[in-house]
Design a protein. Structure first.
Lengths: 280, 314
């Protein structure tokens, strides 16, 4: 066997084979979900199952979108996740900058607070959050969820933004300040444009987490019309236990935004976002 | 910096006390104005819950039944110790964490090592392989429940076709198959976390180290063992601890797939607490359980850290 052929074989075994395995392991469940969601009810319940639908149909999607409250759940989730992002964005622009560039008194305590905020179990926060929001009259409102999501996402987001700011050389804003810019002016005109990709990635990370969150949404929201998508999915699966096709289509529709946003921020994952990737 | 500010303050005090105070204030004011809203929010979100569960842990309080609260001392904690459901939940938690983190780590390490190589289409493969990280626990649970369905599921079909089993398996009926099912589902969603963290560590390794090792005639295994592994060890140790803590507290997937069943076999401690609070409405007892959960996590983290320190002694 020639040396080049041996190298090619070696690469096929050490790279090609594992890549194929990981791709199948990752993609097959999603393929199967989509495949099943396109089947009419008659095909859905055959065993052995069909690996390709005989008569693919979008009927399940039509029913999910127009025959259930899925549309309302979608809007709720979009509203909650978007407002969470807006709040996060406004807060971490400044807080991340302060943590990256200033050495101020109490900074260590603030760092410890953020660390504690990242490891504090959410289940421990359930009763206190419930009580606090109840006395504020915010129980069973979208605002309650937005507030809680901002609080639980802030520690990670600020620390991640701090990392992105630290990767920008301070000479940039120092030059701008010598040219007569104020500190805030330099932040907005010089630093922020350079930090924007990281800021957007961190915010989208927050969106995905808010979009996916379950337990606070279960505890803090009682009205079915205010439910977010994960909670609605769970209760719909109880209500419509036999409507498999409908539930599968609903799951696909819930999956799409998460995957689309992930594809966008993926390249930041191993650089900035991994540094503070405490939350799964 | 603390030193320079002290000197500046001393110098200021020697000249004009008010000027030094003002300058110090101005220096501190900008960063504090920037972090104050966040500190206020996170401080409330972290310190209030901790204080509140400690206080409420000594009370009997069920808001679904009525507003009356009663101080009961350590009665709730005594109840925890005698609560068979609590001990079952603790055992379930250990099974859940070990069965989740070990396969996630091994798969994630494999993914990271492969994705760190150069090959055509690597960018696309990376995006695909890491994507389950973004899928919610609820949807992941949904997908895998459907795949593992006992009567019409594709997993059974594949296992029968490959002659791994003779007849379809009734997944989720008893605890063994239930655990297996949720471990696979959780590995699917969780392996990308380790892949991302380890990949970041791999990319930080200086290629010159590998060149030097190759020149010394190191085999592939030796390069992994003596270059890669030591360089990623810190990332692995920290991310495994964080992942274990995070998995311990992760309810969504397990709850979606099993609701804690069959017969409470997969009711982990957080699921039990969730149950006590949400289904039974016992806030006092739920708070006491929350305090115990925090203590367990602190003890676990300390033990892990100590073990890590001891095993790394030369």
């Amino acid at each position: 066997m020639s040396a080049t052929r041996r190298v090619a074989l070696d690469r096929a075994l050490t790279i090609g084979l594992p890549v194929a395995f990981f791709l199948v392991f990752t993609l097959f469940p999603i393929y199967w979900l989509v495949n099943s969601s396109l089947k009419p009810a008659a095909e859905l319940f055959t065993f052995p199952p069909k690996y390709w639908p005989d008569a693919p149909t979008l009927a399940n999607y039509g029913k999910a979108l127009f025959g259930t409250r899925l549309g309302a759940l979608y809007l709720n989730s979009i509203a909650v996740a978007t407002l969470t992002c807006v709040g996060l964005f406004a807060l971490i622009v400044f807080a991340g900058y302060a943590m990256a560039r200033f050495r101020f008194r109490g900074r260590t305590i603030v760092l410890l607070l953020f660390l504690l905020g990242q490891v504090l179990p959410h289940v421990v926060m359930l009763i206190p959050a419930f009580t606090l929001l109840k006395s504020a009259g915010l129980l069973d409102t979208r605002a309650a969820l937005v507030l809680v999501y901002i609080v639980i996402l802030l520690p990670f987001s600020v620390m991640t933004m701090r990392g992105f700011y630290q990767s920008i050389p301070p000479d940039l804003e120092e030059a701008a300040m010598i040219d007569g810019c104020s500190r805030i002016g330099a932040l907005f005109r010089v630093v922020l444009p350079a930090a924007m990709p990281g800021l957007v990635a961190t915010t989208i990370y927050g969106f995905i987490n808010a979009w996916n969150e379950l337990i606070f949404a279960v505890i803090l929201i009682a009205s079915p019309k205010l439910q977010t998508l994960p909670v609605g999915l769970m209760s719909m699966s109880d209500e419509m236990r036999t409507e498999y096709g409908l539930m599968l289509a609903t799951a696909v529709l819930a999956l799409i935004p998460s995957l689309a946003l992930f594809a966008y921020i993926q390249r930041y994952m191993t650089s900035g976002l991994a540094a503070g990737a405490v939350k799964g | 910096m603390a030193e320079t500010s002290a000197t500046a303050r001393a110098a200021g005090a020697a000249r004009a006390p008010r000027e030094g105070w003002r300058r110090a204030l101005r220096r501190e004011a900008t960063p504090w104005a920037m972090v104050a809203p966040v500190v206020l929010l996170v401080g409330t979100g972290v310190l209030f819950p901790l204080a509140y569960i400690v206080l409420l842990g000594s009370e009997s309080y069920s808001p679904y039944l009525g507003p009356q609260r009663e101080w009961v001392g350590l009665a709730n904690y005594a109840r925890v110790l005698g609560d068979a459901a609590f001990w079952n939940a603790l055992v379930a938690s250990v099974i859940w964490v070990v069965g989740s983190v070990v396969p996630q780590f091994l798969l994630g390490l494999g993914m990271a090592l492969v994705l760190n190589e150069t090959f055509r289409g690597r960018g696309l493969v990376r995006t695909i392989v890491l994507a389950p990280w973004a899928v919610s626990g609820v949807v992941t649970g949904f997908i895998w429940l459907w795949l593992f369905d006992g009567t019409i599921g594709v997993v059974n079909d594949l296992l029968v076709r490959m002659q791994v089993v003779d007849a379809p398996v009734a997944w989720g009926i008893e605890s063994g198959t239930t655990w297996l099912m949720v471990f696979v589902a959780n590995a699917w969603r969780g392996a990308p976390f380790f892949a991302i963290v380890i990949l970041a560590a791999l990319q930080a390794i200086d290629p010159a180290l590998y060149e030097a090792a190759s020149m010394d005639g190191a085999t592939r295994w030796q390069r992994f063992r003596h270059v890669t592994l030591p360089m990623i060890l810190n990332a692995v140790v920290i991310s495994t601890l964080l992942r274990a803590l995070w998995t311990f507290n992760f309810i969504d997937l397990l709850w979606t797939m099993t609701r804690g069943g069959p017969a409470g076999a997969t009711t982990t401690l957080p699921i039990y607490i969730f149950d006590v609070i949400y289904q039974k409405g016992e806030f006092g007892y739920g708070a006491a359980l929350s305090v115990v959960l925090c203590l367990i996590l602190i003890a676990f983290s300390a033990a892990y850290w100590q073990l890590n320190r001891l095993t790394r002694m030369p």
